[in-house]
Design a protein around this ligand. Sequence first.
Ligand SMILES: O=P(O)(O)OC[C@H]1O[C@](O)(CO)[C@@H](O)[C@@H]1O
Length: 240
Amino acid sequence: MEVRVFDDAVSLGRFAAEQVLEAIAAKPDAVIGLATGSSPLSLYAAWAELARERGTDLSAVRGFALDEYAGIDPAHPESYHSVIAHEVVAPVGLTPEQVFVPSAEATEEAAEAYEQAIAAAGGVDVQILGIGRNGHLGFNEPGSALDSRTRRVALTAETIEDNARFFDSAADVPTEAITQGLGTIMDARKLVILAVGEAKAAAVAAAIEGPVTEAMPASIAQRHPNVVYVLDRAAASLLS
Ligand SMILES: O=P(O)(O)OC[C@H]1O[C@](O)(CO)[C@@H](O)[C@@H]1O
């Protein structure tokens, strides 16, 4: 496992974006796993800028989002369908057809179809991940099976509270989601895990230095052969 610590969001984002661009340079039809939330925003900004500067051809790239709220209208501005469209597809310069997001219907059939779509694309080459304050990856909350696959899940009170900032109130945050499982995430060839800010420091330290346990979902990444943590100083502050 590699752990890189940066002083500012711009250098952090550029380093993380280079992981994605390297994969695309090696394989123009690379499959990139896309996370939502605040953590990867500097990566997406740098990806857009560097690809433009270098004239990188992104036309064959495919993207798969990690998760979506269950029951949300995909047209809702805070659905991950909308967030991926506004924060990734448009700025990076992909087309909507290149990017897949799990169905908000969150049925067993939708979950199975999503697993099949990832497999049919050849699997994920680089999976971008944020980490929740409680150590979640995607919406795999503490207690998720370490070999779980794409499925419908309940969100914890902590995650609902954290994501309330995107909605009018905590009561408006959907209480369930569909998420790639930890097993699905672990199938990616490379994991790039971003964390920014002091609020993530405890989860980062436990995930990197603690035991591999369902109580800390991100700890499963210790078993991945190709993982890089991309942190700012605050998120890295509790690492020994
Ligand atoms: O980056 P944030 O906004 O702190 O969120 C952490 C993680 O939680 C999620 O929002 C839940 O899916 C992820 O998308 C994100 O990577």
